[in-house]
Design a protein around this ligand. Structure first.
Ligand code: NAP
Length: 249
């Protein structure tokens, strides 16, 4: 156990939860961000502490700048920031065409998925960059294969938000490459989490599994394993890079 901490937005469920457990197993203290599901976040913290790890749960809706600033202030009390996983993300209702979308829906998706990730990275860079007296670190951004496929007739706004994340990963990576910070992205494919239910179609990933070259959906653990590899020194020469973890999709 070190005093190195990782901040994981949306660490309470799905891919974020799996990443929290995997990071704790590798010796990180984990700041488990959650939007509203305190019970789920507390369960992740309890599971980490049961394994002799250290973790705290912090409420943070990444659509709110004040929540983000508070998240990192609480993290400062807990250890030295070594990694940020920009995982918290949302979809709007599935099956809505662009010509049917409200401005409120689009703005919320962009605020959470794009602005929230950029603001979290801002706070992380201020702490980790050698330019600011930090010791370096890693930022992993959750994109999606939707960034390449566009998600027509499903949620093009979400796909566009992940396209923005890909550009952000590349640009920020270049910006801080000489300041001790690596920035990488993951594009998950169809992963077995509750995000599909939140879009109104709980079995969407199973319905589309036949389109995956490997003919199956992925697990949250399979994404978490890639995230913690990117966080590790084994990926020490990887930056401004985006990895598809999608069964070939
Ligand atoms: P999920 O099962 O729906 O879990 C979402 C997590 O994000 C929860 O911990 C949730 O917190 C949190 N969250 C929701 N709204 C938030 C907000 N406004 N601010 C901060 N946190 C928020 O999602 P997932 O499938 O694990 O997805 C995680 C990431 O992977 C997302 O960025 C998603 O776009 C990306 N991704 C997922 C898939 C997939 O097939 N599952 C594919 C490609 C990309 P609460 O528990 O408090 O609600």
């Amino acid at each position: 156990m070190t005093d190195k901490i990782v901040v994981i937005t949306g660490g309470s469920r799905g891919i974020g939860r799996a990443t929290a457990l995997a990071a704790a197993a590798r010796g990180y203290r984990v700041v488990v961000g959650y939007a509203s599901n305190r019970k789920a976040a507390d369960e992740v913290v309890a599971a980490i502490m049961a394994g002799n790890g250290k973790a705290i749960a912090v409420k943070c809706d990444v659509g709110e700048e004040s929540d983000i600033v508070d998240l990192f202030k609480q993290a400062d009390q807990f250890g030295t920031l070594a990694a940020l996983v920009n995982n918290g993300g949302i979809v709007g209702k599935s099956g809505v065409r662009v010509d049917e979308m409200s401005a409120e829906r689009i703005q919320r998706v962009m605020a959470v998925n794009v602005t929230g990730s950029i603001l979290c990275a801002r706070e992380a860079v201020k702490r980790m960059s050698t330019r600011h007296g930090g010791k370096g670190g890693v930022i992993v951004n959750l994109s999606s294969v939707a960034a390449k496929l566009g998600a027509p007739n499903t949620y093009v706004d979400y796909a566009a938000s992940k396209g923005a994340i890909d550009s952000f990963t590349i640009g920020l990576g270049y910006e801080v490459a000489s300041e001790g910070i690596r920035v990488a992205g993951i594009r998950p494919g169809l992963i077995d989490t509750e995000i599909h239910a939140s879009g109104g179609e709980p079995d969407r990933h199973h319905r589309l599994a036949h389109l995956v070259p490997m003919k199956r959906v992925g697990t949250a653990d399979e994404i978490a394993n890639a995230i913690v590899w990117l966080m590790s020194d084994d990926a020490s020469y990887v930056t401004s890079a985006i990895l598809d973890v999608s069964g070939g999709r």
